[in-house]
Write a protein that binds this ligand. Sequence first.
Ligand code: OXD
Ligand code: MN
Length: 592
Amino acid sequence: MIKYAHVQEWVDQMAAMCQPDDIYWCDGSEDERKRMTAQAVKLGELIELNQEKLPGCFLHRTAANDVARTEHLTYICTTFQGDAGPTNNWMPPREAYRKAREIFTGSMKGRTMYVVPFSMGPIGSPFSKIGIELTDSVYVVLNMRIMTRMGEQVLDALGPNGEYTKCLHSKADLDIDRRLILHFPEDNAIWSVGSGYGGNVLLGKKCLALRIATVQAQREKWLAEHMLVLGIEEPNGRIQYVAAAFPSACGKTNLAMLIPPQGLKQKGYRIWTVGDDIAWMRLDTDGQLWAINPEMGFFGVVPGTNSKTNANAMTTIARGTIYTNVALKGDGTVWWEGHDDPPPAEAIGWQGTPWTPGMVDKDGKPRLSTHANARFTAPLLNCPTHSFRMEQHHGVPIAAIIFGGRRATLAPLVYESFDWEHGVFLGATMASERTAAQVGALGEVRRDPMAMLPFCGYNMADYFGHWLDMGRRVTRQPRIFHVNWFRTDEKGKFLWPGYGENLRIIEWVLGRCRGEVEGVKTPIGFVPNPKDLDMTGLDVPADAMAKLFAVSRDAWQAELKDIAGFFDQFGTRLPAEMWRQYELLSARLQAK
Ligand code: OXD
Ligand code: MN
């Protein structure tokens, strides 16, 4: 394997600090996977599942306090605080390195340091970026193999002077009080210590492909986004692709693998899954936005996954998958809340202790078999609908951009922005209820612009400015929409069935992009005329439909107040266009 001097030198420096017993350079071969899996089983990092029923599948359990991204311990480390902005935790690089160095020093004693070269995006594509992760966790290596293009050929592509993101990870002692997830955009480096949870430690994902990549994207004039990418093919062969941003655990994976509902089957749609979490979008010479998914796997939420909510995911995770924090059944298979099968009479719960249905904890609350943020790591190519364009260097052309939040009230099922600038305002003012994907109070509504609040690696005001700038550069602008699958009635019952039925809304979105359907103008944007939604085979009562599309001027006035508070924190750095859109919305809400 080629060990370029500039890489070797950095590996040596990090090894001198972490003091591993040995260093192993991963080549990405199948033989290596087998050896490392066997070793992980021996070390107790993985439990082998029933290989007849779940070939190539394993179970991993994390520490009880290491089950989600720890946003409060995640920092952007820039020289000037203003460059990180008011929505990020900030630490000056010198202090961050000093604090982390104390924890990293000697942290790999008695362990191996693995050198993991990986490419985000097809190897050799001008859309792609290379990273090298040093880690003392076999679990991380085996996950990185699934989530990225990993191994020797990445080093070949890097070349003797190639740029790469320097990613350092150590589990250290997995102590939450000695945990830090640090990003150094000025050094193109990431240091993560004290955690074993995917979102904190698979450094190609949130840390590189979003936080570091957003900074590179601003500099190089492209977009790094928390978006799924999905293609809808019509029987005539035309495929239109949409990119959609939703906060974590709001159904991106389900939407990306959508199965057309019964009533729309006769239209002969075919769905292509390009990605379920991250999109890198660039302007090509045709003036259009093209997107790649920089990842090669899914790190999806397990609970609630079943053959009704996501049959493609069930097929995807039936082989070659690492499950994290689910229940283990006596026959060596796995179970979770929301599985197709009824609860087993007994199982080993996610914390490794016996579990039986109906168990309660010391406060009388139901004790679940599986953590609410339990995950599967599965190869993208396992998915029956995976796109045939995964290795195409320029990816796929994007027709529409969709922003979505989880809102019980306020936001209609779908509405369209008046133009790009208004679309950026829709993204910038997105809000959503908190889910289990991050530590914190569930259900609380927080503003989550473009679903990027935890992932934008620089000042969000500048990020909005970058979006506006991209709109000026794209000559064939995708239209921008907002959706909300989660609106409820007075009793808290969901008004819209969601899942595959969401294709009806995407159909309208694409019809709008082709200029084939009219929209109904409201103060917040265009909503569908109900006659333009194909509801064949789906019975949603007329009053529910009315509630789904209702725009309450009073509720939106209250929302405006909250938006103003959110915008205020950016001071004069916020682009004037955002306040202009605010004023325009306010005026439209007041007009009779
Ligand atoms: C994820 C997340 O894991 O957003 O994708 O937390
Ligand atoms: Mn995500």
